[in-house]
Design a protein around this ligand. Sequence first.
Ligand code: CMC
Length: 452
Amino acid sequence: MQDSQTAKLTVGSNTYEFPIETATTGEKAIDIGKLRARTGLVTLDDGLANTAACKSAITYIDGEKGILQYRGIPIETLAEQSTFTETAYLIIYGELPTRRQMSDFAQKVLKNASLHEGMMHFFDGGFPFTAHPMAILSSLLNSVGCYYPYMVTNHREQDLEHFNDAAALLISKVRTIAAMAYRMKNGLPMIYPKRNLGYSQNFLHMMFSEPYHEYYPNDEISKALDLILLLHGDHEQNCSTSTVRTVASSGANLFSSVSAGVSALWGPLHGGANQQVIQMLQHIHDAGIKVEDYVEGAKKGQYRLMGFGHRLYKTYDPRAVILRSAAGRVLDVIKTRDPLLDIARHLEEKARSDSYFIERNLYPNVDFYSGLILKAIGIPIDMFTVMFAIGRMPGWIAHWYEVASQVKGRITRPRQIYTGYTTRGYVKMRNRDWENSSDYELEDNKGAQSKE
Ligand code: CMC
């Protein structure tokens, strides 16, 4: 149906040609921008699984081959040679920084590490202790912008003018807000960031130091945390990033766009899966369930094997491969034997030799092993998705910028296939056949009745 330049669509007796766009890596897409205007038809694509919603130059994934690259650099290379802050720069600005650029960026991140004292009130009764840290994070990322009104104008040119400062500020403040949320929830005194610590070290310090007792993280521990953040840096058009881009497409500022990204990330099918993986492993452990039986339950559709499967990867998620060996290393360093790691390895082995998982290409994803490392570091389970959010911040920022800097960007506004009633009349209250109509003697209904 297609030659090298166009694709032909036949509807009834009419044939239409549509241009084919080619990615730098060779994938092709039919440009259906004029589809409705020319044919009267729209496309229906549940979960947008076949739809390229935008053009983007940030991250490349080949799910069949298990390839992930940020700005063209393989994730394995970055995991081995880079740091989270340097990779954040790469994701946001498109190039690895020079020494000078790196130093300036790191200084900006450091300078923004503390929170405005006004924001401390949020942690002093502003949220109940039971609040989930993702709810706190989403709210406070939006709120933090209020302290920098010149960065939050919703006027594209003005917002873009302050982009560099806003980007470094968010990379920094997301970490501080996360740590403060943890301390507030646990009734611990606030610990302020330190100038002499690196990004991940500072996070661990803010989480675990006490006013009377400094926490000095082992080098391997802060490296493992840095690695987790780096591996989460970006992942092209996933649910939360698409959300950020959608919000940005309306002209909304960077702060509110990333705040929406946090909300999208919270769900258990997305970033919330890392929390669910540990809960699943713990449940298997505590209830003494045989791994084989648990796998059978997943096959029968009683539940999903959390940390398994991915919309794009039809082989191992390359991030999971890196984290699987990192998990072993971290547990060795802290000289802990976590029975959950054994259960995870056993689950992986069983699932990978089972035809259900083989036929559906269900492999461990990034969330399968990251939770085990976070748990070993001492991060509480309800903070796992927050860690994902800290890591994903550079990606959200880069995607916001890509949308905001488009000269002819359009607001995201999909169509739908309507499945509701077709046109019908309004039935007056007295003519509606309600059972127990006295139950409906509510204020609103009285108002409606009196209008009749
Ligand atoms: N356990 C058991 N069966 C599964 C699983 C799983 N984890 N994932 C998919 N399937 C089955 C599913 O039931 C379906 O089977 P069938 O064809 O018989 O109906 C088939 O595989 C395809 O599933 P799908 O829901 O159409 O796949 P999707 O691409 O829409 O969903 C997913 C992708 C990640 C939401 C899904 O695999 C899942 O729910 N996984 C568990 C949650 C998880 O680990 N999420 C983290 C994703 S990675 C981090 C991130 O980027 O967010």
